[in-house]
Design a protein around this ligand. Structure first.
Ligand code: PEP
Length: 253
């Protein structure tokens, strides 16, 4: 039997000042007493990580960065290393988000180096994969996902792969209001799990959490989360308001 604990992660992208981030987390922790069967992850902009460090003290709440560089330190102007993220209290870091791939030219090889660097310091990567609309329409969804996973996890052994959280985020569903149907998402999640079993083994694949991301909203979270292989959500737009995020956190599957 699997012991996968659902994970609802808020990706705030380039939104919220320090004050706004602090206010959000204070309100969220006032509204949630405790959560037994799920965890919540907040990924604010870099500037708000340190101010949130002490506010994410409840056991169900964790802090994540949205990106990192793979080197530990050095002359890399503008970059932030996994060691620095650990220092400000991050237990997770999003890697390979489609916006990073699209606007900043991130390649599978870069993402692979980031995953390795994060695992080395004990931060769990939230590793994003997902096909673009034209790839889905050309029947290439599985091929694209497979090559992103193979590239991202290249050289990691089963013990390290087990530390990764995968986020399946079809690019055509991110910020568009077009959600993958629960069946469309489940089909890809099941494919990812099968592929992970081939790369590692069945028991590791069975423990890895695979989140769905792409226009998750209060009104579709329950049905998405009811699917067997959907273990949580990576939420963009709907994570910016406490009430809508809270409704997603309180999904009923
Ligand atoms: C995201 O940015 O990871 C995301 C899924 O955004 P949205 O929920 O707004 O589609």
């Amino acid at each position: 039997m699997s012991t996968r604990i659902a994970c609802i992660a808020a990706n705030w992208k380039m939104y919220k000042t320090v004050d706004e981030a602090v206010e959000f987390v204070k309100r969220l922790t006032e509204k949630i007493d405790t959560l037994e069967d799920r965890e919540v992850v907040i990924a604010p902009p870099f500037t708000a990580l340190y101010p949130l460090k002490d506010l994410v003290s409840p056991s169900w709440l964790s802090l994540s960065a949205q990106n990192c560089f793979w080197e530990e330190k050095g002359a890399y102007t503008g970059e932030i290393s996994p060691v620095m993220l650990k220092d400000v209290g991050c237990s997770y870091t999003i890697v390979g988000h489609s916006e990073r791939r699209q606007y900043f030219g991130e390649k599978n090889e870069d993402i692979n180096k980031k995953l390795k660097a994060l695992i080395k310091v004990g931060i769990r990567p939230i590793f994003c994969v997902g096909e673009r609309l034209e790839e889905r329409e050309a029947g290439k969804t599985f091929e694209v996902i497979k090559s992103q996973i193979d590239g991202g996890l290249d050289g990691l052994d089963s013990v390290d792969v087990a530390k990764v959280v995968i986020a399946y985020e079809p690019v055509w569903a991110i910020g568009t209001g077009k959600t993958a149907s629960p069946q469309q998402a489940q089909e890809v999640h099941a494919f990812i799990r099968e592929h992970l079993a081939m790369l590692t083994n069945k028991s590791v694949a069975n423990e890895i959490r695979i989140l769905y991301g792409g226009s998750v909203k209060p009104n579709n979270a329950d049905s998405l989360m009811s699917e067997n292989d959907i273990d949580g959500a990576l939420v963009g737009g709907a994570s910016l308001e406490v009430d809508s995020f809270l409704r997603i956190v309180r999904f009923e599957a």
